[in-house]
Write a protein that binds this ligand. Structure first.
Ligand code: ATP
Ligand code: MG
Length: 500
């Protein structure tokens, strides 16, 4: 056995995160680690790599006890890790990020040229040829940053590679590219730990799987011998409510918002969009197709340099997010680390934050009211926490995502933009969030949802707009909303696209 973990326990104040967990990894296998948000997956990884000290337990590499005290020490043992949250440094260059801790030196000096060459080599095979390694990492999208983090970990992992939700921000093509790399490493005899909430990917890639629930080991089995429902049952401890079919198209409601010719040079071609009351509009497209750019324009994050936004009362000011919020717009962004949560504030404070900003800081929301708000959303979104005063940074990744969502729902906006709302959220909570979205629209909220998961778009949207090369190229309504049509629109040839 390449790696064995026995009796691993870890307690945080108020939470038993891991209770006598066992896990093992063979050379040349992909072992999926599964469980609901807060089950203990990331904690298990962090105890293994020395980010957290373990309370007790035995970890062996090739039969020898090891206890690295930090990620760097783990790397020296041949264990490379990509943590759930990208933890590279956005204001260093790509090359610096790829090589920090191991910069090539020449006569004792860091050789920038060698560093760049090494960095380029590390990126080869990840489809990142367009990345300029001399640019700041922060200039690239979350997905590209994620791939860069993976490339770094791959280069550093001689024996074990750990991927904690690596595909959460990747599109289908990038995911396939990553899987190619993982399969090659498996053939070379590496052991790979793969954490994901995408069950299709788990079945596609893994040889064995282990399920954790509430910090306890539930099962370890060959993936091929496990069926989907059985797996979900192990994860949740109960059956999943039957998923709803496609949302029934509702009667046409009032037109609420008109966006005409909105666009911005170099970001997104001008587009028209009409938003009706209680409608869910899905945005489909590959990464870089202009989905996030569309959202950024609609929320004033990168204001449009042409076009106009109106409602029945007149022109809407979308020159900055503050103005957009004042007009009843909300935006739950994709990158919760940089745009979303404030890790050292409590859950209560994080949820009340945007509401407070809108009311103005001079009129503080009474603590009792904040508390009631937080408790309500903790219940409705099933945020796993001992109480609302806990720091958000101490929640599991998926539960942090739910807090970001709660913050915007609490504002009760008339138009809410959700960028990948279920990214990193487990199967149970996933269904809950889609139900919640549907409930909100019944009360009149209009929603624009960006999602890379077609199933989710199809289930939730009244209308799907497909983007390609920074243009809105197609719009599907009602029964037209099906995977094959979305894919056809995404893949259509450019000349053809121009005709749409
Ligand atoms: N630094 C911390 N301080 C306090 N509690 C923590 C800390 N890190 C994790 N926890 C708690 O430990 C439990 C397990 O969290 P963990 O992050 O391991 O879950 P996870 O399985 O990775 O979930 P997800 O799928 O949401 O990423 C959760 O209850 C979480 O709130
Ligand atoms: Mg996690």
């Amino acid at each position: 056995m390449l790696l064995t973990i026995d009796n691993l326990s870890k307690t945080f104040p108020g939470t038993v995160a891991l209770d006598s967990v066992r896990f093992d990894l063979k050379a040349g296998e992909v072992h999926a680690l599964l469980g609901e948000n807060g089950a203990g997956k990331s904690t298990l990884i962090k105890c293994l790599t020395g980010v957290h000290a373990r309370d007790s337990g035995d970890v062996r590499l090739h039969g020898e006890p090891v206890s690295p005290g930090s990620t760097l020490e783990a790397q020296e043992l041949g264990i490379g890790t990509v943590y759930q949250e990208v933890n590279l440094l956005p204001n260093l260059t790509v090359a610096e990020n790829l090589t920090f801790g191991r910069q090539p030196t020449r006569f004792g000096m860091v050789s920038v040229r060698r560093m760049r060459e090494d960095a380029k080599e590390m990126l080869a095979g990840f489809g990142l040829d367009h990345v300029n390694v001399s640019r700041e990492l922060g200039a690239y999208s979350v997905a590209v940053q994620q791939l860069i983090a993976i490339a770094r970990a791959v280069a550093l992992s001689g024996k074990v590679l750990i991927l904690d939700e690596p595909t959460a921000s990747l599109d289908a093509r990038e995911t396939e590219m990553l899987f190619e790399v993982v399969r090659r490493l498996r053939e070379r005899g590496l052991g790979i730990v793969f954490i994901s909430h995408f069950l299709d990917q788990v079945f596609d890639l893994s040889d064995r799987l282990t399920v954790l629930r509430n910090g306890k080991h539930i099962v370890t089995a060959e993936t091929a011998g496990m069926d989907r429902l059985g797996l979900i049952h192990h994860m949740l401890g109960h059956e999943l409510d039957k998923a709803e079919d496609r949302r029934t198209t509702r009667s046409i409601r009032n037109e609420r918002l008109h966006f005409k010719g909105l666009g911005r040079r170099g970001k997104i071609e001008p587009f028209d969009l009409t938003v009706r009351e209680g409608e869910v509009i899905g945005l489909a497209g590959l990464l870089g197709s202009g989905r996030t750019e569309t959202a950024d324009i609609l929320f004033g994050r990168t204001p449009a340099d042409r076009g106009e936004a109106t409602d029945p009362d007149g022109t809407i000011d979308l020159s900055n997010p503050r103005a957009a919020i004042a007009s009843g717009f909300g935006y739950a962004p994709e990158d919760r680390k940089t745009d979303g949560i404030i890790a050292d504030l409590s859950i209560r404070e994080n949820i009340a934050l945007a509401l407070q900003a809108r009311r103005g800081w001079a009129k503080p929301i009474p603590r009792g009211e904040q508390r009631a708000l937080a408790d309500d959303y903790i219940r409705r979104l099933d945020i796993r926490t001992s109480d609302a005063e806990k720091a958000v940074g101490d929640l599991s990744g998926g539960n942090q995502q739910k807090v970001v969502l709660a913050r915007w729902l609490a504002m009760n906006p008339r138009f809410l933009i959700l960028d990948e709302p279920t990214r990193g959220i487990d199967v149970g909570a996933h269904a809950e969030i889609l139900k919640l979205i549907s409930g909100l629209t019944d009360r009149g909220m209009s929603i624009l949802m960006i999602s890379s998961e077609f199933d989710e778009l199809i289930a939730a949207s009244d209308r799907v707009i497909v983007l390609r090369d920074r243009r809105h190229v197609s719009e599907l309504v009602g029964d037209e909303i099906e995977t094959s049509r979305i894919i056809a629109a995404i893949a259509a040839h450019d000349a053809e696209g121009a005709a749409l």
